[in-house]
Design a protein around this ligand. Structure first.
Ligand SMILES: [Zn+2]
Ligand SMILES: [Zn+2]
Length: 99
């Protein structure tokens, strides 16, 4: 009988903490950006909170040729997000010089 009570109490505590996590709180954005290939965003300072704040697509700069294309391999242009610093690449196809 006593054991049952304890289990019930434990469950109640679990429920309470669950609702505390999922419940309302004022989301506070961390300073560092999180990013995927497409977007950057701020996570909430509350670790258990999975909300995504300020999610926007990257703002790419003009890009920089980091590898010149050659007849045997594509070149690489690297873009850097001016907001979060995330980098993405794009292949540069080789174009035979017409002249
Ligand atoms: Zn939050
Ligand atoms: Zn970005």
């Amino acid at each position: 009988m006593m054991k049952k009570c304890l289990v019930a109490l434990l469950l109640l505590a679990l429920c309470a903490s669950f609702f505390a996590c999922g419940g309302e709180h004022t989301h506070t954005a961390v300073e560092a950006w999180s990013h995927s290939d497409m977007y950057h965003w701020h996570a909430c300072t509350k670790k258990s909170c999975t909300v995504v704040l300020n999610q926007v697509p990257h703002t790419w700069n003009d890009g920089e040729v980091t590898k010149e294309p050659s007849p045997t391999a594509d070149g690489i242009r690297t873009y850097t997000c001016t907001i979060c610093g995330h980098q993405g690449t794009e292949a540069i196809p080789y174009e035979a010089d017409a002249s």
